[in-house]
Design a protein around this ligand. Sequence first.
Ligand code: WAQ
Ligand code: MG
Length: 236
Amino acid sequence: MTYFSVRMRANTQGRHISGAERIVDAAHVAETCAQLAQRALDHPKGEAAQTHLTVEALDVAAITHADALRVDVAECADPDAARAVIHGLLAPLTPHVDALIRETFAARDMRGAMLVCAGTGARLEPDCERGVRVSHMDTLEYTQATGKDAAREALVLASKVAAHPDVIAELCISDDPEYTTGYVAHAGTYTRIPHIKPAGSRAGARAFLVREGADIPALIDYLERQPVLIRTEAQA
Ligand code: WAQ
Ligand code: MG
């Protein structure tokens, strides 16, 4: 079967409005284009003035598969409790945990994720303002998705990222001021973290904790370009 990467990005006078992508078979390309085009028009930031759709045939032999992470939910009543949960999960993995958490909460308006070396705490990506943008991933089975489903899309992204042996963990905070559930992915588990930030906060970023000595160009190539289909529990 042929698969296609279908990607949408939309802007209004250069301001990014919306972006989303799927990997689907030929029978679902037209429907997916329609859904993504509609999504750019329905975005809460306003109807996009320009929407770009890309449909790219994938080499089937190049597509790899990975299992979805297990989903767990931490009990957190407020951002202080959330901070303690994040610290508890990440502190065993790097001596630079405090800087990692501080920088992730301080970052604004990045399009991609920070790559942070677990051993040294150094930033590893070539463009630290932009970060590294993960692309070319979806669920193995076709799922119809009309609106934005943040939790589903985040689980797919986190499962692709975690499948690379040089990524030890991920910390994610949505940049939507009203979406206050974030997550930490580590050791096969995606731990949802409610109240990771107060409602109205403009914080929002991702950080990938990377093994010291990793081949960074190879890791970035995997994150940006390797097509990965994620087996979710429903399909197991
Ligand atoms: N690759 C790398 N980093 C990205 C990407 C990407 N494709 N998309 C977004 N980011 C970075 C960027 O810095 C954003 O500011 C930040 O992540 C947050 O992106 O289970 O919606 O799209 O309910 O706002 C978590 C769901 C939702 C938790 C996260 O992220 C749950 C979310 P957003
Ligand atoms: Mg967002």
